[in-house]
Write a protein that binds this ligand. Sequence first.
Ligand SMILES: Cc1cc2nc3c(=O)[nH]c(=O)nc-3n(C[C@H](O)[C@H](O)[C@H](O)COP(=O)(O)OP(=O)(O)OC[C@H]3O[C@@H](n4cnc5c(N)ncnc54)[C@H](O)[C@@H]3O)c2cc1C
Length: 438
Amino acid sequence: MAALRRLRKCPSTGIVISHLHTSSRASAKQHYKMLVLGGGSGGITMSARMKRMMGAENVAVVEPSEMHYYQPIWTLVGAGAKSVASSGRPTASVMPPGVKWVKSKVQEINPDTNTVRTDDGTEISYEYLVVALGLQLHYDKIKGLPEGLEHPKIGSNYSIQTVEKTWKALQNFKEGNAVFSFPNTPVKCAGAPQKIMYLSDAFLRKTGKRAKANVIYNTSLPVLFGIKKYADSLWEVVKRRDLQVNLRHNLIEVRADKQEAVFENLDKPGETKVFEYEMLHVTPPMGPHSVVKGSPLADEAGWLDVNKDTLQHNKYPNVFGIGDCTNLPTAKTAAAVAAQSAILNRTISKILKNEKPDKKYDGYTSCPLVTSYNTVILAEFDYNGQPLETFPINQAKERRSMYHMKADVMPHLYWHGLLRGLWGGPGPYRKLFHLGMK
Ligand SMILES: Cc1cc2nc3c(=O)[nH]c(=O)nc-3n(C[C@H](O)[C@H](O)[C@H](O)COP(=O)(O)OP(=O)(O)OC[C@H]3O[C@@H](n4cnc5c(N)ncnc54)[C@H](O)[C@@H]3O)c2cc1C
């Protein structure tokens, strides 16, 4: 907030000037050495790193949102363990000082002319481009859902508009089915759809309502979790706590007025099953960002087509990508963004010197699987789906210490380490804890 207060408006140009950074809708300077698209986890991180590499005056970030959110904490917000206010800070306060903030939406990327166009018609040219636009949520792809979200008893931790509705629905639960969905698309943080199930179960137990509840997880996937080591532990939790898991069940319709959710059996296309609910948590279908999908930068599926080792674009050597918008074959998480940022920083520094990129991203990603209000299984793995654990203990075990990592340590690392370009993932600590063996 202090940063916001320091902002002052320059009346003649309409340009907002701060002691920290400059921000504009229509800027006089339309060319930047480094242009970053998106000011989320990956975009802010890379702009901080690029500022150190080439000076603040050479870096601009295009980001329309006034607020920056730490999305991983929404799992705990939906379960009432953290406030929604704790998840957001003004974008002005996380933008690296001196870096130009272009407060607009990118509408078009033209890598053949090294330009982008924003929604107010401004054309910005660049020498190097980092794309960090994230992915898109498609609540609209489920029949009846957009209007259904107006009703109580439905929540979704995946958006700032609906995360508090999850907590309200949980608090108002009386008896019946608590249903949790996982869509038939790639998602960000593939553990989040089931974390809220475990937390809801824990809440219902704490409040004495569990005996009157059926807790049901309907997932499109053929497995509970993609990495066997952690899936085995999660199945034990599911059995111990009498949770019902239905694999290959995909949410296709919500009838909010009747409190019914319709799932398709993916193994028997066309066969549907109706679940009545007292509470429904929806993880929406997700897909590539439309601006990336509609550009020459996309692969066939619409994701940003980057080299999986170096994060450099496969066709345009002055374009790079990070985070959820890319086709990197690993789980889409902020933890992955951290590890990617260190590699991408190295790749760009080499390209600037006309040298070959020499460091390879191993696909590191992490998912703190919250199983209650004080336990977490900390999944960490690589491109091959092999566990790549930081601590020299079995992380597939539910642990109180890992809950504190998730709830208290990681937010701090995010705001003060990652966003300042100072946290490149736990790799060095992993080496240290394993005496250089991993
Ligand atoms: C409920 C939930 C739980 C999660 N849990 C975890 C977890 O436990 N651990 C973990 O590591 N990760 C977790 N994640 C995932 C993590 O938040 C994302 O993977 C991460 O934020 C990806 O960073 P990004 O920069 O790729 O995308 P984002 O951080 O989403 O940033 C994209 C940015 O692009 C901007 N943008 C969009 N369109 C435009 C446009 N046209 N022009 C300009 N800018 C635009 C957006 O405003 C946004 O700021 C969770 C996410 C959710 C929703």
